[in-house]
Design a protein around this ligand. Structure first.
Ligand code: PEP
Ligand code: MG
Length: 873
């Protein structure tokens, strides 16, 4: 039998998500549960992959299969494609494995043509509904399939409303809509140069191809990169017989969540519109009613819907996000999926589901996306400043948090300014999927239109970005908006409170978020299931203390050079660099010693006895010297040397490729006094702090960077050991310490069995290891990586997400070789990947003992590590 690419909903089930996509699998599952789902079929994700493999063509075998299933759908519904007497009309919708809200396009009412419309208008006795459906179809098809754009059609509607002297679409009558449909078709012909297709089969294949194509549109590609969704998953296409929410006053359509997606509170939460189609609710063109009002208007439908919601929650054991339509009083379910929610809601819902006996703590830990924690840790307004501020308007509290920034009016501008590090608030009539990049860079989003389920609200919640939507009083001028009697221009500061919907015409200070009790409960469970430790990369006592608050169990990387940039020490380090003799260098280092010792004492104190890994000086020395002539002259004066002499030193330190030059352990090979001074500071600080805290068992870990050859490690290690042992012997204290290395040069990974003879621990420096394995600079890759994403050479930034195929292979090899020599070798990671959930899963798989990341990513790493442990039990 040939490969099967199409499934009726009744042939599938919820377990077939990879093949049918989330939407298709859930429609199949609901069909199996006996819920009122309009009949239809699903074209698989494999068909999408084939479409691309075949050079963006639908193969004849797949085409035939789809036509067979249209035949089956005609039989099931008793309707026929293109039959004026009893036309089959369908919706065509995308649905990938992971939900990608707003990223894909939908076409409704497919199957309409002049003959169908005329007969259908007569048969239903409701020509207004029929022409409304028809003009919507032409509009959507033109926009989505032929990419004509929506704007022209919106203009034609506005012109028609103006001619008729009406404000609302609903006030246009059947003749108006019929005329509009004609105008739309003319518009189509003028843009495309051909008649609007009247053959439903041609319409259908146009729509299916458009869905496949939309998998690769720029905003979908961007969303996938943001969410680690591989491009080879593809999207399924759902073809479903239409039910109509715009059939009159007993029809309607809505979206609802089984719990409040902002707070997590239990109870139906949603919006609906009578006499409308789905897009009207989410597009924010008409302001919808709340779901409670449905109870008052139509208690029978409401009760039926509530019963379905309860059954779905019981079934999926998670909060559901549903779409429904009421056609002449009869309820239909069009979609269900696990609902997107704020970070706060995610933690509450997970705890509530455990308390309700629906899920286990393990499942609760697994159901939270670690990246969402970012949003919980985001700032809130300073309460005093907030109390003094007066709102200029109030919209819907679409996505919580606080944001202050300069007004921008386009997504491009938001992205451009955001990339420069500016705080901006994006102010729009409404947002569309094209705006995704700008929304990502904006600190906050304010829209004039749209409800709690509008594009702006859903996307902002997913991103954890503060958003106020539906503030209808806003009026727009050229690069300005007016609200509360004031006009705000591009660049003016405003503030948004995404938890109340308040908007302020000024900057308001923000303060760090407080993490609530649900977060603590989940993290406690996470810590129980976790097998890897989570450490932090911190260079100051302040950062170390912050990381402890977030649950760090030690420091995996203390970059000592960061301390050298402090104003009181840069003079001493520069003196050390320009020294001509060992004696001069030692004298300069002696000035640095007490400062370094003090830093390390602070860090040990902040870490309360947890392990601390301190790395010897790493960067090339020229980084510490000035480069402007003015600064050079000033420094020469300070150091009592001639400007020429200083120039000569700076010139001598010039390197063509400093990241591969005189840095890391190479500094200690040439200037052993540097390593000796740093070792002294590390050991003396440990002896002092240990004396103050006999209850702690301090074992400093001294880390030698950028090793590629065991002999250079052995050479530097001897400096460290000789210095440390002499100090310990002199002090009479029994202090233990470890000496280890970073694995950040491919040669170190390849010879890890040799290296492990002299290293008591390995810490994978995957920033350098990635740079050196790929052979491109971590500082310059940004300039060309976009071209690599566009051309599908890379899907992700390898500096953010560990390249498991290449760099990962080196890590795995080094782990194996290291363990062969030293079975109990301590293994960790301290590159940026230590805070990235997918890279953390890799660390779990290869058997690292800990991951180390920046303080604000510690909670993310704790949760990701727990999930990795549970997934790899
Ligand atoms: C690394 O290379 O991964 C690392 C942690 O060191 P740095 O980023 O300081 O080079
Ligand atoms: Mg490095």
């Amino acid at each position: 039998m040939s490969h099967k690419y199409v499934y009726e909903f009744s042939e599938g089930d919820g377990s077939m998500r990879n093949l049918l996509g989330g939407k298709g699998a859930n429609l199949a599952e609901m069909t199996g549960l006996g819920m009122p789902v309009p009949e239809g079929f699903c074209i698989t994700t494999e068909a999408c992959t084939r479409y691309y493999a075949d050079g963006e063509q639908i193969g004849d075998d797949i085409r035939d299969e789809i036509i067979t299933y249209i035949g089956k759908l005609e039989e099931m519904t008793g309707k026929k494609f293109g039959d004026p007497e009893n036309p089959l009309l369908v919706s065509v919708r995308s649905g990938s494995r992971a939900s990608m809200p707003g990223m894909m396009d939908t076409i409704l009412n497919l199957g309409m043509n002049e003959a169908v419309v005329e007969a259908f208008a007569q048969k239903t006795g409701n020509p207004r509904f029929v022409y409304d459906s028809y003009r919507r179809f032409i509009q959507m098809y033109s926009d989505v399939v032929m990419e004509v754009g929506k704007a022209y059609f919106e203009e034609l509607i506005d012109e028609m409303k103006e001619r008729k002297g009406v404000k609302n679409d609903l006030e246009l009558d059947a003749d108006d809509l019929k005329q509009l449909a004609g105008e739309f078709k003319e518009e189509y012909k003028s843009k495309i140069g051909a008649d609007f297709p009247s053959d439903p089969i041609e319409q259908l294949f146009g729509a299916i191809k458009a869905v496949f194509r939309s998998w690769d549109n720029p905003r979908a590609v961007y969303y996938r990169r943001l969410n680690d969704i591989p491009s080879d998953w593809g999207t399924a296409v759902n073809v479903q017989s239409m039910v109509f929410g715009n059939l009159g006053d007993t029809s309607g359509t809505g979206v609802a969540f089984s719990r409040n997606p902002a707070t997590g509170d239990r109870g139906l939460y949603g919006e609906f519109l009578m006499n409308a189609q789905g897009e009207d609710v989410v597009a924010g063109i008409r302001t919808p009613l709340t779901i409670d009002q449905l109870k008052a208007q139509n208690p029978a439908v409401y009760d039926e819907f509530q019963a379905i919601v309860d059954k779905l929650e019981d079934h999926y054991r998670d909060m559901q996000d549903m779409e429904f339509t009421i056609e002449e009083g009869k309820l239909y379910m069009l979609q269900t999926r696990n609902g997107k929610r704020t970070a706060a809601a995610a933690f509450k819902i997970a705890c509530d589901l455990v308390d309700e006996g629906q899920i286990s703590p393990e499942q609760a830990v697994k159901m939270i996306d670690p990246k969402q924690i970012d949003a919980l840790l985001h700032p809130q307004f300073d309460p005093d400043e907030l109390a003094a501020a007066v709102p200029i308007g109030k919209g819907l509290p679409a996505s919580p948090g606080a944001a202050s920034g300069k007004v921008v009016f386009t997504a491009e501008h938001a992205a451009e300014q955001g990339k420069l590090g500016e705080d901006v608030v994006l102010v729009r009539l409404e947002t569309t999927p094209e705006d995704i990049e700008g929304m990502h860079y904006a600190k906050g989003i304010l829209t004039a239109r749209g409800g709690m389920t509008s594009h702006a609200a859903v996307v902002a919640r997913g991103m954890g970005t503060c958003c106020v939507s539906g503030l209808g009083e806003i009026t727009f001028g050229p690069k300005s908006f007016s609200l509360g009697g004031e006009t705000y221009h591009e660049g003016d500061w405003i503030s948004l409170d995404g938890s109340t919907g308040n908007v302020y015409g000024e900057a308001i200070k923000t303060v760090p978020a407080e993490i609530g009790g649900y977060f603590g409960r989940i993290m406690e469970w996470a810590d129980e299931f976790r097998t890897m430790k989570v450490r932090t990369n911190a260079d100051t006592p302040h950062d170390a203390a912050q990381a402890r608050e977030f649950g760090a169990e030690g420091i995996g990387l203390c970059r000592t050079e960061h301390m050298f940039f402090e104003p009181d020490r840069i003079a001493a380090i520069r003196e050390m660099i320009v020294s001509k003799t060992v004696e001069q260098r030692e004298a300069a280092l002696a000035k640095l010693l007490p400062m370094q010792r003090g830093d390390f004492e602070g860090i040990y104190e902040a870490m309360e006895g947890f392990p601390v890994t301190i790395r010897l000086l790493d960067p090339p020395l020229h980084e510490f010297l000035p480069h402007d002539e003015e600064d050079i002259v000033a420094l020469a004066g300070e150091m009592s040397i001639s400007v020429d002499e200083l120039h000569a030193v700076i010139d001598s330190l010039h390197e063509f490729n400093p990241m591969m030059g005189h840095r890391g352990c190479r500094l200690d090979v040439t200037f052993p006094e540097i390593g000796a001074m740093q070792t002294r500071a590390i050991i003396e600080a440990a002896i002092n702090v240990q004396a103050k805290h006999p209850e702690w068992d301090l074992v400093p870990e001294i880390m030698i960077p950028l090793v590629g050859e065991v002999k250079e490690l052995a050479y530097v290690k001897k400096i460290v050991v000789d210095t440390a042992d002499a100090i310990i012997a002199e002090s009479g204290v029994d202090l233990k310490y470890l000496v280890g290395t970073m694995i950040e040069i491919p040669r170190a990974a390849l010879t890890a069995d040799e290296i492990a003879k002299d290293a008591e621990f390995f810490s994978f420096g995957t920033n350098d290891l990635t740079q050196m394995t790929f052979g491109f600079s971590r500082d310059d890759a940004g300039k060309f990586l976009d071209a690599y994403y566009e051309k599908k050479i890379y899907e992700n930034d390898p500096f953010a997400r560990l390249d498991q195929t290449g760099v990962g292979k080196l890590v795995e090899l080094a782990v194996d070789l290291g363990k062969q020599t030293r079975p109990d070798i301590k293994l960790g990671i301290c590159g940026e990947h230590g805070g990235d959930p997918s890279s953390i899963e890799f660390c779990q798989k290869v058997g690292l003992n800990y991951v180390s990341c920046s303080p604000f990513r510690v909670p993310i790493a704790r949760l990701a590590a727990a999930q990795s442990a549970l997934n790899n039990k």
